[in-house]
Design a protein around this ligand. Structure first.
Ligand code: GLV
Length: 346
């Protein structure tokens, strides 16, 4: 039987490559880094499967070139790098890798929360620069988390995992979900939320206003309430038309001066120019960032600021998680090319 052909844009962990090799003939675009556009366009011509990374732009041109394509398996939970409409029009499955990266990303979110509120990077640099000449009562004071409010924007798997961890730090949690974000400027939606808060039965029936997750009570809020009330605001939304620049100048204007913003979702969810202004002017206290608006480029001003912690998009970067992500992408590819519906079609 003819084995299906697959292009893997970049070398993946060995177990994933050998699993794919059991069923398919594959070619690897590049050993490391991002596959060059021309190589991607020519590589996709002859294959039925494409395994790609979030750094690969799989737009209509690529999908049109891949006339034999049956599946595009992204090694990421986010898939804003893929033109989903173009793939769907052609009947090509698009898959992602949810679940396996939830804990790694939630852990990294907390690493950022702790790093920025306790000034960990600044303190490390201070010591390395030979400035530590003894304990002092007001040296490198940070901000405590106990009794503060964590605002979780986006309440999917990762948002909930971040919220669960808040119990260990004595924080209370408020959250808003997809509808609260999409309809954030709709007075009707916000009025309905308020009515539910006050216990007024809506025409649609009673709505549970709080969610209990592993013993943690999290209260649902409107987007604007969350932005105004939270001491730490953490973003866990996919990048879409409704979330691009969700955190803009006006959102920064509503935040507490003492607030911290954490972004481990996608860079364009935050207006980076407005963020830099908010950090420079003291509009907010600090930020912990793993993603940027025009990755890998970042604003020239960010590295010079002490009140930000900057990571190079490593939310899911543990050996275990990256291997698991690659394995899922490969299984999705094998399923599609064996005539089965892949588990993680988006
Ligand atoms: C990482 O950013 C992912 O979407 O998997």
């Amino acid at each position: 039987m003819l084995r299906p052909k697959v292009l893997i844009t970049r070398q993946l962990p060995a177990p994933a490559m050998s699993r794919l090799g059991e069923v398919c003939d594959y070619q690897v675009g590049t050993e490391d880094g991002v596959l060059d556009r021309e190589a991607l366009l020519s590589g996709v011509r002859d294959v039925e499967g494409l395994v790609c990374l979030l750094t690969d732009r799989i737009d209509r041109e690529v999908i049109d070139r891949g006339t034999k394509l049956r599946v595009i398996a992204n090694v990421a939970v986010g898939y804003n790098n893929i033109d989903l409409a173009a793939a769907q029009q052609r009947g090509v499955y698009v898959t992602n890798t949810p679940e396996v990266l939830t804990d790694a990303t939630a852990d990294l979110t907390w690493a950022l929360i702790l790093a920025v509120t306790r000034r960990i990077v600044e303190a490390d640099n201070f010591l390395r620069a030979g400035k530590f000449d003894g304990w002092d009562i007001d040296m490198l004071l940070g901000t405590g988390l106990t009794g503060k409010t964590l605002g979780v924007v986006g309440y999917g798997r990762i948002g909930r995992a971040v919220a669960r961890r808040a119990a260990g730090f004595g924080m209370s949690v408020i959250y808003c979900g997809r509808d609260d974000i999409a309809f954030r400027d709709d007075p009707q939606h916000n009025a309905l939320m308020m009515a539910r808060r006050l216990g007024i039965q809506a025409a649609t029936g009673p709505i549970n206003q709080s969610a209990r997750i592993d013993g943690l009570a999290a209260r649902r809020a409107t987007f604007n309430e969350l932005i105004e009330m939270a001491d730490v605001i953490t973003l866990h939304v996919p990048l879409a038309a409704t979330t691009q620049h969700l955190i803009d100048r006006s959102a920064f204007g509503r935040m507490k001066h003492t607030a911290y913003l954490i972004n481990t979702s996608r860079g364009p969810v935050v207006d980076e120019v407005a963020l830099v202004d908010a950090l420079q002017s003291g509009r907010i206290s600090g930020a912990g960032l793993d993603v940027y608006e025009s990755e890998p480029d970042i604003s020239d001003l960010l590295p010079g600021m002490n009140n930000v912690v900057l990571l190079p998009h490593i939310g899911s970067a543990t050996r275990e998680t990256r291997t698991a992500m690659a394995m899922i992408a490969v299984e999705n590819t094998i399923d599609a090319l064996s005539g089965r519906v892949p588990r993680n079609v988006v």
